[in-house]
Design a protein around this ligand. Structure first.
Ligand SMILES: [Zn+2]
Length: 339
């Protein structure tokens, strides 16, 4: 995993290469960024560069024994830790001492989801970082660095992995996945520039079906053509789906697109013609709140969805009724046969 094979992230790239070339890489590096942003790929490239004895201006040579071992996933001086269950436990940090305290060549330990360390594990890691062996390097990956001990944060060189530009991610998808340009553009938008998330979507066989269902529901809600009973059936159907969050992101996207179109050009798709921008903004906020609750709490998703769908339909339909225009429903999608 060379830096050359990773795309985008110009600031991060030049900073890391310069630091490596100057020999100033710290014993503890923290890479932060949202899930799917590519922290692990950058962490691996950095690990490989630290371990390669023939680095050229920060780039690993890709040819030596160390690089070849790393690429074959059997480098004896590279060690990866990730949560065992929900947490990274103290025994896992202790195993670093057992595996890595022998003197000799450089060693790298990458800790994925470092914020999942228990307090005991964090204290144990802190003890190592307070007096690190000369050739031991830690690369911590975290999506929420604020959950780490301040005392650990203060000992880390910190770098941020940011989302990619749309054009970069679309090209990356077209290069590596057998998908249409239309789907690559769509996936890029949904993923928010996060390559890990985008690749997962591109490999998801249900992606197009989910997209069409979300389009149907967004239309039905905006035109008020589903009965309360049908909305409850939608809630039950959706609550049993594994990819619920992704479905809601699609749903949100249709209203967000409508909002942007209205604000920018004053026009919109026929089915959103009578819905004003305030209604669309409310819909976007409401769906985003529900996504947040589902991702961060143990809420009953079926009940939450029932409430969301009824509120959405009421809010959007009120707009339609208060309009003087006659509601037109061109190309009405078929409501799914949910019950
Ligand atoms: Zn090498």
């Amino acid at each position: 995993m060379s830096f050359k094979l990773l795309i985008g992230q110009q600031d991060l790239r030049s900073l890391l290469l310069r630091t490596l070339d100057d020999g100033k890489i710290s014993h503890a590096v923290l890479l932060t960024g949202p899930p799917g942003s590519g922290k692990k790929s950058w962490g691996k490239a950095l690990s490989m560069a630290i371990l390669c004895p023939h680095c050229d201006r920060g780039e690993p040579c890709m040819k030596c024994f160390s690089c070849r071992s790393f690429l074959n996933n059997n480098h004896s001086s590279y060690f990866e830790l990730s949560p065992d269950g929900k947490n990274i436990k103290i025994e896992q940090i202790r195993s670093i001492r057992e595996n890595f305290y022998l003197q000799g060549s450089k060693k790298v330990c990458m800790i994925d989801q470092a914020e999942a360390m228990t307090a005991e594990a964090s204290s144990s890691l802190l003890k190592i970082l307070e007096d690190p062996p000369p050739d031991l390097y830690f690369i911590l990956l975290a999506r929420q660095p604020r959950l780490l001990f301040d005392t650990i944060l203060s000992r880390c060189q910190r770098y941020v992995v940011r989302p990619l530009k749309s054009s970069q991610l679309t090209n990356l998808l077209l290069e590596h996945k057998d998908i249409s340009t239309e789907n690559a553009v769509l996936i890029t938008r949904i993923s928010g520039g996060l390559p890990g998330y985008a690749f997962k979507l591109a490999e998801d066989k249900d992606f197009e079906r989910r997209f069409k269902e979300a389009k149907t529901l967004s239309y039905n809600l905006a035109t008020g053509c589903d009965s309360a009973f049908q909305l409850l059936a939608w809630a039950l159907y959706l609550s049993e789906k594994e990819e619920l969050t992704n479905f809601l992101e699609f749903l949100c996207m249709f209203y967000r697109d409508g909002l942007v179109q209205k604000l920018c050009s004053g026009e919109s798709a026929a089915w959103l013609k009578n819905v004003d921008s305030a209604c669309l903004e409310d819909a976007v906020l409401l769906i985003n709140n529900v996504i947040y609750e589902i991702n961060t709490t143990n809420v009953n998703s079926r009940l939450l969805l029932e409430k969301m769908l009824i509120l959405l339909q009421r809010r959007l339909a009120r707009c339609q009724k208060s309009s003087e225009c006659v509601l037109s429903r061109p190309e009405k999608p078929t409501t799914l046969n949910l019950v």
